[in-house]
Design a protein around this ligand. Structure first.
Ligand code: C2E
Ligand code: CA
Ligand code: CA
Ligand code: CA
Length: 279
C-alpha cells in the first residue's frame, strides 16, 4: 500500500545515511590512523611442513581503532584501496615488517624471514622499488629474507607489466610469492615467466579439502604445477591435522594456518629465544 511505501522510504533513508556517514567517518579516521600510530602488524608463523621449524612470518595489518577496537583488514582495506591511502599504509608496512625482522635477528632468530602483502595500487606504484631498497638498507635485512606477496589477480591485471616490476624487485634479491593462487585465471605461459619463487594456495581450497573431492583434485594439480615450474608451495588456512597430513603428503613445502599458529602481535610470537629460555 501507499502507506507502507512511505514508511519504508522514511525508514530506509536515514539508515542509508547512517551507513554512508559511518564509512565517511572511518575514512576520516583512517587518514589519522597512521599519524596517531594506530596501525600495527600481527605476525602469523610459516612452518616447514609438516610441523616446523618456523621459517618466518607473514605480516598482517591490524588497526587499533580508538572507539571500535581492533579491526581486521576486511573492515578497512577496501576503503584504504578506494582512497589510495593504501599506498602510504603499505609503505609503512614494508618498513615496519623489516624493523621487526631486524629485532628478531638481533634476538638470535637470524634465519627467520618476513612476508608482506602488496595491494594492486602499491604494486603498480612507481616508488615501490625505492621503498623496498630503503627498508632493507635502513634495517640491514638480507634481501632474500623479505618476501613480497602479490595476489594472482593483481599479477594478472597487466601480466607484462607485472613481470617487469617483479623482475626489478627480485633483482634486489627479495622473493616474490603469488598469493591466493587458484582464484585468478593465470595463463600458464605468464606464470612460467613470472620471476616468483613461491605459490600460495588460497585458503578456500584448503578449507574444503575433506568436504569436496574436487578441491582435493585442484590442490593436487596446483602442487604438481608448482613443482613443474620449480616454485615452492605454501598452503594457507591449515586448520586440521588431516589437512596438514594431506598437504604434506602432496609435497607442500610450507604450511600456515590456525592449527599451527594464529596471527599474533610481535610480543606474543612463539619461538622467540627469550620465550624458549624462559619456559
Ligand atoms: P591473505 O594474504 O590471504 O592472508 C591470510 C588471511 O587468512 C589472514 O586474514 C589470516 O589471518 C587468515 N588466516 C590464516 N590462517 C587461517 C586459518 O587457519 N583459518 C582461517 N579461517 N583464516 C586464516 P587477515 O589478517 O584478516 O587478512 C585478510 C587479508 O587482508 C589478507 O589475506 C590480505 O589480502 C590482506 N592484508 C592483510 N595485511 C595486509 C597488508 O599489510 N597490506 C595489504 N595490501 N593487504 C593486507
Ligand atoms: Ca598473503
Ligand atoms: Ca588468501
Ligand atoms: Ca587475500
Amino acid at each position: 500500500t501507499k502507506n507502507n511505501g512511505r514508511n519504508g522510504y522514511s525508514f530506509f533513508q536515514p539508515s542509508m545515511n547512517t551507513i554512508a556517514q559511518n564509512q565517511l567517518q572511518l575514512i576520516n579516521d583512517l587518514w589519522l590512523a597512521q599519524e596517531n600510530k594506530e596501525l600495527r602488524l600481527f605476525y602469523q608463523p610459516k612452518f616447514c611442513a609438516p610441523r616446523g621449524p618456523i621459517i618466518g612470518f607473514e605480516a598482517l595489518l591490524r588497526w587499533q581503532h580508538p572507539q571500535r577496537g581492533l579491526l581486521t583488514p576486511d573492515i578497512f582495506l577496501p576503503l584504504a584501496e578506494k582512497t589510495g591511502l593504501i599506498v602510504s599504509i603499505g609503505n609503512w608496512v614494508i618498513g615496519e615488517a623489516c624493523r621487526q625482522l631486524r629485532c628478531w635477528h638481533l634476538q638470535g632468530n637470524s634465519q627467520w624471514s618476513v612476508a608482506v602483502n602488496l595491494s594492486a595500487l602499491q604494486f603498480e606504484q612507481a616508488g615501490l622499488v625505492e621503498t623496498v631498497v630503503n627498508a632493507l638498507e635502513t634495517h640491514q635485512i638480507p634481501p632474500e629474507l623479505l618476501t613480497l606477496e602479490v595476489t594472482e589477480t593483481t599479477a594478472m591485471r597487466d601480466p607484462d607489466e607485472s613481470i617487469r616490476i617483479l623482475t626489478q624487485l627480485t633483482e634486489l634479491g627479495v622473493k616474490a610469492s603469488i598469493d591466493d593462487f587458484g582464484t585468478g585465471y593465470s595463463s600458464l605461459l605468464y606464470l612460467k615467466r613470472l620471476p616468483a619463487s613461491e605459490l600460495k594456495i588460497d585458503r578456500a581450497f584448503v578449507n574444503e579439502l575433506q568436504a569436496k573431492t574436487e578441491d582435493a583434485t585442484i590442490v593436487t594439480a596446483i602442487v604438481a604445477l608448482a613443482q613443474t615450474l620449480n616454485l615452492k608451495v605454501v598452503a594457507e588456512g591449515v586448520e586440521t591435522s588431516e589437512q596438514q597430513a594431506f598437504l604434506t603428503g602432496l609435497g607442500c613445502n610450507t604450511l600456515q594456518g590456525y592449527l599451527l599458529g594464529r596471527p599474533v602481535p610481535p610480543e606474543k610470537v612463539p619461538g622467540l629465544k627469550q620465550y624458549v629460555d624462559g619456559d
